[in-house]
Write a protein that binds this ligand. Sequence first.
Ligand code: NDP
Ligand code: 2IT
Length: 443
Amino acid sequence: MNYTEKVLKEAITKNPNEPEFHQALTEIIPTLAPFIAENPEYEKEKILERLVEPERQTIFRVPWISDDGEINVNRGYRVQFNSAIGPYKGGLRFHPSVNLSVIKFLGFEQIFKNSLTGLAIGGGKGGADFDPKGKSSREVMAFCQSFINELYRHIGQDQDIPAGDIGVGGREIGYMYGQYKRLTGQYEGAFTGKGLSYGGSLVRTEATGYGLVYMAENMLNAKKTDFSGKAVVISGSGNVAIYAAEKAIQYGAKVIAMSDSNGYISDLNGIEIETVKQIKEKNRGRIKDYLNFHKTAEYVENGLIWSVPCHVALPCATQNELDEDGAKYLVKNGCIVVAEGSNMSTTLEATHLLQENNICFAPGKAANAGGVAVSALEMAQNSTRLSWAFEKVDRKLKDIMHDIYISSYKAAERYGMKGNLVAGANIAGFKKVADAMLMQGNI
Ligand code: NDP
Ligand code: 2IT
């Protein structure tokens, strides 16, 4: 058994009952083998054994009182995975499916993603098994304040900087930042995704979705084409999905299907994104409400969105939402590019199927890095107490996504896996972190 196989096997054995974390390890570790073989000091210094073990994991009780006066108890998490190249950085997810395995897979991926941005941010992730759906704003505030009553002691602008993820948007960041400030007395950039009036950055709301489309545009360009006239299917209808759709439409594409956890809508004339924003961002409604505004659209309850024929597929909801069945449809229908907006959207089997059929595939850690990249730009603005123009941040985002595409492409080519952006992103992200760990001694 070689070094990477040995570390993978030991990490899986040592962390039982963590299927999502196992999946992320299985996707990443083997692809590093040719690079590590060429650089034996990584094995000698046990870099991989150290990398798979989080620096610190915090699990805590979050009690809060609902509007009916009942006491509720949720479980909170923050996994501070790696700080070799910068303070821990990564989102908070509020969703009933959150558990340690989910947070560890997200935190592990985040190390590589943050490194790929070229900015000085380490990897972390957190969240809670709290379900914001159907809760009043007062209940969401009560939950956020209780969550921060514990988390505040573990975070800070130079220590660990949380942001949004599923179930955590501008409203939740505001409540958490307010409570952090109240407890610490510090007006500092300890969160990103803040409102524009209290230290937020222009483009952060749009960044993940826009960045995803900038990445997909690079992939299409490599195939001597672009978004113009393409049919695009986007799963989800949250923050990432909405702004991916907005940019794809600006680039001349038609977004023909979007979804939420109940079902998908489709309209071959193209979905009107302002209506989706109204439903999701303002009304906090369901995607099927779209039919109340546009009679040409169809709604399929619990349907498989990947069965809608498209040129470009952008999964933007959650992990493992694109499995082998979905991938078979994409192959059959002549899809040419798949880029992950959600983290680990695609199962390992589906990824292989897409790659074997020459569909250009970009993993989340490369394709959705625009969100955390603009978070790091928000941190830079907070440090200098300045705020940059929309165009300036957007230009930097576009350049960062291009650089990620090039570095992932080149790393894959250099190690004999031309066109495999999964392997390329893993190697390119790993190198900077591993070298920083080597230079900092056996921490
Ligand atoms: P939101 O909460 O804004 O939206 C999530 C969307 O995905 C909703 O439409 C939701 O539907 C759907 N969804 C969530 N969980 C499930 C599920 N288990 N099954 C089916 N559909 C589901 O989250 P974001 O848009 O912020 O995040 C989406 C993905 O993008 C996540 O994987 C996240 O990790 C990733 N990401 C987010 C970044 C960011 O900056 N926000 C940055 C990089 C990656 P419903 O409302 O019905 O639950
Ligand atoms: O998965 C992710 O990269 C995010 N949810 C964004 C993290 C961040 O710190 O902006």
